[in-house]
Ligand binder design. Structure first.
Ligand code: ADP
Length: 455
């Protein structure tokens, strides 16, 4: 009936909880089980001569009793050797070992102290950590005490109270062995749980280790792949301007080409532009490689930022130069490496020319501690999703993927250099303008003079 619990349900639940609490047994790995089995077999075998001695000393009849009964123990040990089934081997050995305890009681004429031997062999059997041999040993004790105690009490007990009431004494003795077994089971169960937890922990640790290893392998594979891609793209990017330089130089050298002075001047301009593209790429490559090897050196000297910007802009072809307006204050100085700052500004300005809008501004600014160079253009800017990526090596976005001389190193190298000079390089896009901002430690003009005098 729904809503009313079955009367047996709680009993069943308690039984299930009890069974769940019991140790599972048979969990020893093969090597451990084998070594324990060897020990138990030898311990049992060692009982045979000792029991024979005890029997002879106690005057037990040597043939039918001593020899006959010990032969049964030896036969059991042999039978255990003949089977290959682990549980059967263990059960037979358990019965042989418990038999030794029973024979000790028997050979000593039920001497009360010899009963203690059951308390030694029972824990030994529990070394198998298996219910089957434990149950076989326990059953043996109960049958031995119950059956022989009643049939031949003088062989099992040596005091009158027990001989007069063998069933009660069988229950007392059996009860103690049962209690010992319960204690062993509890111990067994606790250690099984602890081992289980340790094994689970070890398994989790191994899984985490494997995952870490797989991620590292993937990272290395990705790195090798991007290096391959990088080499392919660098070769391509270097070849494009080189082909132009070689081709135009050959054309210039050809007397029969019929070039006018204007054509020649255009060709020279193009050659200069392509060669300076080449030189910029090679310079970025060198910085990136040295930075990776840890051999890059950046000096800290007073740099005239106005003059640096001027130098970069003046080196541009006239067509590009006309798109750029420079906004600067009187004299702006920073502490850094003049050649490296030139490289940064050149990268930012050439990026603005390639990817930015038609109008480009280079703005110079400073406060008490920082000198700032901003390269601003009114182009579409960099999509939000790519703003972190563009500073990573070999990352290009948008139309740059199809443009010549686009290796994806300019911004990486520029940020690296700015940071090595104690500054920073950031990107922002607001009110329709892309702003790349380089910040460097400022040095006041009075200190510049002092530094120049020191030099
Ligand atoms: P490269 O110029 O060799 O492609 P960079 O590291 O200099 O490498 O630039 C990375 C990417 O950032 C470029 O491919 C381009 O997509 C983007 N980028 C750089 N500057 C600008 C800019 N001013 N406007 C829009 N996109 C830019």
């Amino acid at each position: 009936m729904p809503g009313i619990a079955h009367p047996l349900a709680s009993v069943r639940a308690k039984w299930a909880a009890f069974v769940g609490w019991l140790p599972r047994g048979s969990r020893l790995d093969e090597a451990t089980w084998r070594s324990r089995h060897t020990v138990l077999s030898w311990v049992t075998a060692a009982h045979i001569p000792l029991l024979a001695l005890v029997g002879l000393v106690r005057g037990v009849e040597p043939f039918a009793h001593i020899l006959g009964e010990l032969t049964i123990v030896a036969g059991l040990l042999l039978a255990a050797r003949l089977t290959s089934i682990r549980a059967v081997k263990a059960m037979i050995t358990a019965v042989a070992l418990v038999s030794c305890a029973a024979l000790l009681v028997h050979f000593t004429g039920g001497l009360i102290e010899s009963h203690f031997h059951f308390f030694v062999v029972t824990p030994l059997v529990s070394l198998y950590r298996d219910w089957r041999p434990l149950s076989a040993g326990l059953l043996y004790v109960i049958v031995h005490h119950g059956l022989f105690g009643v049939l031949s009490p003088e062989d099992v007990y040596n005091h009158p109270a027990a001989i007069a009431n063998p069933i009660l004494w069988a229950v007392i003795h059996g009860g103690y062995v049962l209690m010992l077994t319960a204690v062993l089971l509890a111990y067994w169960g606790f250690s099984e749980r602890t081992e289980g937890a340790l094994m689970r922990e070890e398994r989790l640790r191994r899984i985490a280790e494997e995952q870490r290893h797989a991620a590292e392998t993937q990272r290395l594979e990705h790195l090798v792949h991007s290096k391959d891609q990088f080499i392919a793209s660098v070769s391509h990017e270097l070849r494009t301007p080189l082909t132009a330089v070689v081709g135009f130089a050959e054309l210039l050298a050809n007397e029969e080409a019929g070039l006018t002075a204007e054509d020649r001047s255009d060709l020279v301009t193009t050659i200069v532009r392509e060669a300076s593209d080449l030189s910029a790429i090679v310079e970025d490559l060198l910085v990136a490689a040295r930075s990776e090897l840890g051999t890059i050196r950046v000096t800290a000297a007073p740099v005239d930022v106005n003059a640096t910007v001027d130098l970069v802009v003046r080196a541009l072809p006239t067509g590009h130069r006309s798109r750029i307006s420079v906004k600067s204050g009187p004299s702006t100085w920073a502490l850094g490496d003049p050649a490296r700052l030139r490289q940064i500004v050149r990268n930012l300005v050439s990026n603005a020319i390639r990817y930015g809008g038609p109008n480009i501004e280079v703005e110079l600014d400073h406060d008490q501690v920082t000198t700032t160079v901003r390269v601003i253009d009114d182009g579409p800017g960099i999509p939000d999703a790519d703003r972190d990526r563009i500073f990573l090596p070999y990352e290009v976005t948008g139309e740059a993927t199809t443009l010549p001389a686009s290796v994806g190193l300019g911004l990486t190298v520029s940020r690296d250099l700015a940071e090595r000079m104690g500054g920073s390089l950031t990107y922002d896009h607001s009110v329709g303008r892309s702003v790349f901002e380089v910040r460097l430690p400022r040095i006041g003009s009075h200190l510049v003079t002092a530094a120049a005098l020191d030099a």
